[in-house]
Design a protein around this ligand. Structure first.
Ligand code: NAD
Length: 515
C-alpha cells in the first residue's frame, strides 16, 4: 500500500506538468511500487492546493486563445501528437511495465487503443460542424453550434495509465477546452510522459496540466468552481461519490465505475474458439480490466464439463511473470493489498461451497518472489449468492455458473448490479440477436469476448457501471465536452421587398462603417 512519507531513499520523484513545464515542489510524497518486485521504485509528489491553483490559473489564461484557434489548427497538433506517441511506443510501454506490471504486448495493446482516440480527435473539424436549418421562417435561419465548456478535469484509474487519459483529454482539448488531469497515484509515470509529448507536438502552455496526488486532490477538484466538468473512471463506490459531489457543485459529470462481465456459453458454441477467447479475456492483464470476462455462464451441464476440462488444459500453459519478459501472458497485481483482496475472494468462494478447479493463490515467480502475483484461477459451481460473484474481484479469476437455459443466464446478468460488458458464444444468430436486443448491459459482444467499442463509437456501461448520461469518447465524448448553443437569426429582406438592387457602393460603405 502507498504511504505518505518524507523519508526518501535516493529514488526518482515524479512531479507535475503545469503550464507546459515539469514542476517539483517540496511536500509529502507517496510511494510508487514496482509490483513485480514488491519494492518502492519511485516517489510521487502530492500536489498542494497551491500547485493545483497554479494549474487552474494557467488553464484560465490559455483558454480564450485556445478556444478561438481554428479547429483545424487544434487538430493539427493532435496529428503531431499521434506521430510522437508512435515514435515513443517502447518507452511508454516500459514505463507502464515498471509501475503497472503489464507485459509489453499488453501495454502496446492499450497504447494502440489510446492512439485511436487521438485519431478520432483529429476528426474534430468534421464532428464540430454543428447543425443548420435554413428558412425555418421568413428570412430566418437556425443553427446549433457546439462550444467548449472551459476547464475540464479528468480523474483516472491505475489499470490503463495510457489509454484512459487518452480517452479524455485529446477530445476535450481539440473541442477547445483546457484540461486538468489527475492520474492514478499507483502508476503515473507513463501518463505524465505522454502528456509531455502533447506539448512537444505544439500545444500552447496551460491547455493541459497534470497534477498528481490522491483523494484529497480529487476533492479539491470537485469543489473548485472554475472547473466546469469532471470525467472520472474508477471503482463504483468512488464513481458514485464523484458523481454526487460534482453534480451537487453544479458540474457536468460522467463517472464510469466497476464491472462484472459475464459470457454466456451456449451448447452450440465453437468450444475451442470459446476457450481461446476466454483465456485472453479472463486472465489478460491479470484480470485488472473493467471489461475482463470474470464469469462464464454455461448453458447445460455437458458443455460445462467440456469447457472446464479444456480450460484446465489451456491454463497449464499460462506463463505468469514480470513485464521484462514479453513471452509472459500476464504480470502481477497492482499492490500487495489488492493481491490479498483477490486471494480472499477465492477463499470465500471455496468456503461458500464452490469448487476451485485451478488455484493461483500460491504461485511463486522465480526471481520475483516479493511480487504481487496470483496465477490464473478457475472456479466451478459458483452461485449467485456468493460474495465472489456479487462483487468485482479484479484479478485473474474466472468463475463458472451452470444454468439450464439462455433465459436463466440472461436473468442472472440482468439481476447483477453491474452492466458494463457482456458476451455470448453461439452459432445461433437468432439467439445472439435476442440476447443483444434485450440484455441490460451497455456493451455487448457476439463471439467477441471484450467488446470495447472502437474510438469512433462510445464506451460505457449501464446500471452501477456508469453514473451520468453520456458514454466516454467518440460521439458521446464530443457531446460531453461541448455545450450546445442554438442561434436563430433573421436578416429581413428589405432590399428585395422594395425591388432595390444591392450596389457595390452600398456594400463598400457598409464594410467601412463596420471597421
Ligand atoms: P479507484 O476508484 O480506487 O481510483 C480511481 C481514481 O480515483 C484514482 O485517481 C484515485 O486517486 C481516485 N480516488 C480513489 N479513492 C478516492 C476517494 N475516496 N475520493 C476521491 N478520489 C478517489 O480505482 P482503481 O483501483 O484505480 O481502478 C480500478 C477500478 O476502476 C475497478 O473497479 C475497475 O472496474 C474500474 N475501471 C472502470 C472502467 C470503466 O470504463 N468502467 C475502466 C477502467 C477501470
Amino acid at each position: 500500500m502507498s504511504t505518505i512519507t518524507n523519508n526518501k531513499l535516493d529514488l526518482e520523484t515524479v512531479g507535475h506538468l503545469i503550464n507546459g513545464k515539469t514542476t517539483h515542489h517540496d511536500g509529502p510524497h507517496l510511494d510508487i511500487y514496482n509490483p513485480a518486485k514488491g519494492e518502492v521504485s519511485k516517489y510521487l509528489e502530492i500536489a498542494s492546493e497551491h500547485t493545483l491553483n497554479e494549474a487552474i490559473i494557467s488553464a484560465q489564461k490559455a483558454f480564450p486563445a485556445w478556444r478561438d484557434l481554428p479547429v483545424i489548427k487544434r487538430a493539427r497538433i493532435m496529428f503531431r501528437f499521434k506521430e510522437l506517441l508512435e515514435k515513443n511506443k517502447d518507452k511508454i510501454c516500459q514505463l507502464i511495465g515498471e509501475e503497472h506490471g503489464k507485459i509489453p504486448h499488453d501495454a502496446m495493446g492499450e497504447l494502440q487503443r489510446g492512439i485511436e482516440n487521438v485519431e478520432y480527435a483529429c476528426t474534430a473539424p468534421e464532428v464540430l460542424k454543428g447543425e443548420y436549418s435554413k428558412n425555418v421562417g421568413p428570412s430566418i435561419d437556425c443553427w446549433s453550434e457546439f462550444q467548449p465548456l472551459g476547464i475540464v478535469a479528468g480523474i483516472t484509474p491505475f489499470n490503463f495509465p495510457a489509454m484512459i487519459p487518452l480517452w479524455m483529454y485529446p477530445l476535450a482539448i481539440v473541442c477547445g477546452n483546457c484540461f486538468i488531469l489527475k492520474p492514478s497515484e499507483r502508476d503515473p509515470s507513463s501518463t505524465l510522459f505522454i502528456a509531455g509529448l502533447l506539448y512537444e507536438a505544439g500545444l500552447p502552455n496551460g491547455v493541459l496540466s497534470v497534477v498528481n496526488g490522491d483523494k484529497d486532490l480529487v476533492n479539491l477538484l470537485l469543489e473548485d468552481k472554475r472547473i466546469e466538468a469532471i470525467s472520472f473512471v474508477g471503482s463504483t463506490p468512488i464513481a458514485k461519490h464523484i458523481y454526487t459531489k460534482a453534480t451537487a457543485n453544479g458540474k457536468r459529470c460522467q463517472a464510469l465505475g466497476g464491472a462484472k462481465n459475464h459470457a454466456i456459453v451456449m451448447p452450440d458454441a465453437d468450444i475451442d474458439n470459446t476457450v481461446t477467447q476466454l483465456m485472453g479475456a479472463a486472465f489478460g492483464s491479470s484480470g485488472e480490466r473493467c471489461m475482463a470476462l470474470s464469469v462464464a455462464v454455461v448453458v447445460g451441464d455437458e458443455i460445462g464439463d467440456i469447457l472446464i476440462s479444456k480450460m484446465k488444459k489451456a491454463m497449464e500453459a499460462l506463463k505468469v511473470g514480470a513485464y521484462t519478459d514479453n513471452t509472459n501472458d500476464f504480470g502481477p497485481l497492482i499492490t500487495q493489498e489488492h493481491k490479498h483482496k483477490v486471494s480472499s475472494y477465492i477463499d470465500s468462494a471455496e468456503n461458500q461451497g464452490a469448487t476451485i478447479e485451478v488455484d493461483g493463490r500460491n504461485i511463486v515467480v522465480k526471481g520475483c518472489e516479493g511480487g504481487y502475483f496470483i496465477g490464473g484461477t478457475l472456479i466451478d459451481n459458483v452461485t449467485a449468492d456468493m460474495t465472489s460473484y456479487k462483487e468485482e474481484i479484479f484479478g485473474p479469476v474466472l468463475q463458472i455458473i451452470r444454468v439450464k437455459s439462455m433465459e436463466a443466464a440472461m436473468q442472472l446478468i440482468d439481476d447483477h448490479m453491474y452492466g458494463n460488458g457482456t458476451c455470448i458464444f453461439t452459432r445461433d444468430g437468432e439467439a445472439a440477436r435476442y440476447f443483444s436486443d434485450n440484455i441490460k448491459v451497455g456493451m455487448v459482444g457476439i463471439n467477441i469476448p471484450l467488446p470495447v467499442p472502437v474510438s469512433y463509437h462510445s464506451f460505457g456501461g449501464w446500471k452501477q457501471s456508469l453514473f451520468g448520461d453520456l458514454f466516454a469518447y467518440g460521439p458521446d465524448g464530443v457531446r460531453f465536452y461541448t455545450r450546445r448553443k442554438t442561434i436563430t437569426q433573421r436578416w429581413p429582406s428589405t432590399n428585395l421587398r422594395e425591388g432595390k438592387q444591392f450596389s457595390f457602393a452600398e456594400s463598400a460603405s457598409y464594410a467601412t462603417s463596420e471597421k
